[in-house]
Design a protein around this ligand. Structure first.
Ligand code: 13P
Length: 342
């Protein structure tokens, strides 16, 4: 099966009332971990690469690894998504490389740090929508600013500093025609999200529910959704790591979001924690080892386990065989009949 559009995956998820994890990658082992978790659980998948990841892995390597994934796992609907594109140029280069979905994060200026104006956000996002939809590629936009920094991208704010305004979200969607909308409801990128266990009030779920009520047909995206499990933190610290006490987003809050329009859930930190813990364990217990496979294999397995668990929790498990891919050319024809109100 060729790479499929994010729009098709999320439309199907909305029909089925489930969410789909979007997992970040930088290398072969991470792609393999995600694809193997998808096969084991029968899940459609979203594999996403940030600008930092594209620079680290090199676009051509990344793209060919993803082509290999579609050959080895032909039964799995797979999306290749640009995470946090900082400019129309970044999104254009991703589309030209073969990504089937892009995020234009116009909530920040092109430096990826400075919060932007609403007008700027609309302008750059609409530009990307026009360019992407002409090729059948999906677009995710962002309104409000997520907390933290990921791969150098982010204003480094507290997750509660720039929450999404529901009315602005409606206007943004109407003016840009985005397929999916990332909203800020108190989550932030990275391991250090909360310094005490979050209560039902810590995350602004009432705001999320209000946004869904005003935009019932828009696929909502929750960034910064790692749960930062205590057992993964403990493994790292037991084998010489120095993580400070921290709490992530409880899976039950994500499940509440899924009941209220959240279709894409971004997870990176949990994979990083799983791999690092497994590698530290091998280094501590077998200091005589020097074959990279001796630690990369357990690292890949640890990541696969946490991802398979999330796939079951988000509800995407068992849905890989529900549909056939719609070619991007057909998606482009569908978009050509849509009008964007400005
Ligand atoms: P985490 O840091 O919570 O995994 O979030 C990742 C993310 O949102 C990628 O865009």
């Amino acid at each position: 099966m060729p790479l499929v559009s994010l729009r098709q995956l999320l439309d199907e998820a909305a029909k089925g009332g489930y969410g789909v994890g979007a997992f970040n990658v930088n290398n072969m082992e991470q792609i393999q971990a995600i694809m193997e978790a998808a096969r084991k659980t029968g899940s459609p998948v979203i594999v996403q690469a940030s600008r930092g990841s594209r620079a680290y892995s090199n676009d051509r390597f990344l793209y060919h690894l993803m082509l290999a994934a579609t050959e080895v796992y032909p039964e799995i609907p797979t999306v290749l998504h640009q995470d946090h594109g900082n400019s129309p140029e970044t999104c254009k280069s991703a589309i030209e490389m073969g990504f089937t979905s892009v995020m234009m994060d116009g909530s920040l200026m092109a430096d990826g740090k400075t919060p932007s104006s609403f007008q700027y956000n609309v302008k750059v996002t609409r530009e990307v929508v026009e360019m992407a939809h002409a090729r059948g590629v999906t677009v995710e936009g962002e309104i409000g600013c997520l907390g933290g920094i990921e791969d150098g991208h982010g204003a480094g704010l507290d997750g509660l500093a720039h929450l999404t305004d529901p009315d602005e979200a409606v206007e943004f969607v109407h003016k840009t025609g985005v397929d999916a909308l990332a909203i800020a409801v108190g989550t932030s990128h990275g391991a250090y999200k909360f310094n005490r266990p979050p209560t039902g009030e810590t995350l602004k779920m009432a705001r999320l529910i209000e946004i869904h009520r005003k935009l019932p047909n828009v696929h909502l995206v929750m960034h910064g959704s790692s749960s930062v499990p205590k057992d993964l933190q403990d493994i790292i610290n037991r084998y010489g790591g120095k993580l400070k006490p921290t709490w992530g987003v409880p899976v039950e809050e994500i499940q509440l979001g899924i009941k209220n329009g959240v279709r894409k859930i971004n997870v990176d930190t949990d994979s990083r924690l799983a791999m690092t813990g497994a590698i530290r364990k091998v280094f501590a217990e077998h200091p005589e080892e020097f074959d990279p496979r001796s630690y990369l294999k357990p690292a890949r397995e640890a990541m696969q386990q946490v991802i398979a668990q999330r796939m079951a929790e988000f509800g995407q498990a068992g849905h890989a065989g529900d549909y056939q891919p719609i070619p991007l050319a057909e998606m482009a024809k569908r978009y050509a009949h849509e009008t964007i109100t400005v």
